[in-house]
Design a protein around this ligand. Structure first.
Ligand SMILES: Cc1cc2nc3c(=O)[nH]c(=O)nc-3n(C[C@H](O)[C@H](O)[C@H](O)COP(=O)(O)OP(=O)(O)OC[C@H]3O[C@@H](n4cnc5c(N)ncnc54)[C@H](O)[C@@H]3O)c2cc1C
Length: 429
């Protein structure tokens, strides 16, 4: 990385806009780029193109459907056509390979749990690498306001919290590998080896899996095709202003759906929240239910599910079905946000014999014991530590863990706690 400007240097040198993004609304790649930049707290200007003429004049491409869109232009004139996220991170100087042949600790996932583990580990002097497949903040990074995190009485945006944690981790010397995905693991005596998507291997004496959950989808036929083109998972923190004057539909009855509704209400003309149950009250925090009830532009559609998505390249509408009467209603909309929770992506874990529960969450600590007996094949003369998996020295923290409390504060707490046990492992205890 020698000669490459640091992230903070770059950001402060180029505020307000470090990159200008030209693209059309409803284009999945343009959404992915905006979401990535927003979540990494990179100041950018979004120029939506509305016609072929716009495309020619502003983005210097032939027409609105030109495959070179979206185009990213940097202040020094560098132009990138239809860049991938990896290419963007390379251009921003953030794409790295591991600098060491071995680390004390490798952490996978830069959500609240992984960022917290990274800060505590590096501040304790451990050589630490943090691997993140997308952007900082995880699920928390997708929410516009976390109101119940200790110490922020006015609330804090997920991006704001993640950005502070990122700065803190870098201050203590954590090596961050962004836009890199852990896809497998290998075991060596006393070492764990993480395998990234391009075959890069990371060797560490201990590791923490903090990969959280990945959004659950609706399971409708054309869902993948419309992802990022009108259909979004999570609260879409980066796109709220783009919904001005439009009808937004949110699916889900939990806090994430409730927060999303409040986030869009000041912008959208109307926000409909589709829930399967008979109210939000049993699934959503009391304070959110009250706010939603007091916001005239939000309506809650109970006993309702989405059964069809309409549109080929971009979402044009959806069909809602009332689960009690079976009555269907076609709703024109360009904005559908799916907030129905998530699932852990831990298929790699079973390949190395790591214990998972039926839903795929990683089993740790005393949950591994059966009638007080240690897990089969456990090689040590002690029980697994709290947060330790059935493979010594490999820990799990946050939402990916069986029995986790799905909150930012608990993920942060588990990240910190896991590091305390990592020390014991590294000390040979
Ligand atoms: C919209 C929304 C609003 C919420 N609001 C609140 C709230 O107000 N208060 C509250 O307490 N909680 C809230 N939560 C819950 C809270 O955000 C989660 O409990 C918390 O983010 C869990 O943190 P985590 O680090 O365990 O996992 P995650 O946040 O899921 O982060 C996991 C990270 O791992 C990365 N990753 C996954 N797989 C890999 C891989 N193979 N290689 C590398 N990286 C990988 C992901 O990209 C992600 O960045 C909200 C959740 C959502 C979705």
């Amino acid at each position: 990385m020698a000669g490459t400007p640091g992230r903070d240097e770059l950001l402060s040198a180029y505020r307000p806009a470090l990159v200008t993004v030209y693209g059309r609304l409803g284009h999945a790649s343009a959404y992915a780029i905006r979401d990535f930049l927003h979540r990494c707290d990179v100041p950018f200007e979004w120029v939506p193109l509305g016609s072929d003429e716009d495309a020619r004049e502003q983005a210097e491409v032939e027409h609105l459907r030109d495959e070179r869109l979206p185009v990213c232009v940097f202040p020094d004139g560098t132009r990138m056509e239809a860049p991938t996220i990896r290419q963007l991170t390379e251009r921003l100087g953030w794409f790295r390979n591991p600098s060491r042949t071995e680390y004390d600790l490798a952490i996978y996932g830069a959500g609240p749990a992984g960022l917290s583990a990274a800060v505590y580990a590096a501040s304790d002097g451990l050589s630490t690498v943090l691997v993140e497949r997308w952007a900082f903040g995880g699920q928390a990074g997708s929410t516009s306001r976390i109101e119940n995190y200790l110490g922020f009485p006015e609330g804090i945006s997920g991006t704001g919290l993640a950005e502070r944690a990122r700065a803190q981790a870098e201050k203590f010397g954590v090596e961050i590998l962004l836009a890199r995905e852990g896809v497998g693991a290998e075991l060596q005596p006393g070492r764990g080896v993480g395998v990234l998507e391009d075959g890069t291997k990371i060797v560490a004496r201990a590791s923490i899996c903090a990969t959280g959950v990945t959004y659950r989808c609706l399971g409708l036929p054309n869902e993948a095709q419309l992802l990022g083109a009108g259909l979004y998972y999570g609260a879409g923190a980066s796109v709220a202003p783009l919904t001005a004057g439009e009808h937004v539909v949110i699916v889900g009855g939990g806090n994430s759906a409730g927060q999303a509704a409040m986030h869009f209400a000041p912008h959208a003309q109307r926000v409909s929240v589709a829930v399967r149950g008979d109210s939000l009250k049993s699934t959503c925090s009391h304070y959110l239910v009250q706010r939603i009830e007091n916001t005239p532009s939000i309506e809650v559609l109970t006993h309702t599910e989405v059964v069809a998505l309409h549109g080929e390249k971009t979402l044009r509408g959806i069909t809602l079905r009332h689960t009690a009467t079976g009555k269907e209603l076609c709703v024109p909309t360009r904005w559908l946000f799916v907030c129905i929770g998530g699932e852990p992506q831990t298929q790699w874990a079973s390949a190395i014999g790591m214990a998972r529960d039926e839903a795929g969450y990683l089993v740790t600590g005393r949950d591994l014991l059966r009638d007080g007996a240690r897990p089969p094949g456990w090689p040590l003369d002690r029980e697994p530590y709290f947060l330790e998996t059935n493979i010594p020295g490999m820990f799990a923290a946050g939402d990916v863990r069986h029995g986790a409390v799905r909150r930012c504060a608990s993920a942060v707490g588990e990240g910190a706690m896991a590091v305390a046990f990592v020390h014991r492992v590294l000390d040979g205890c």
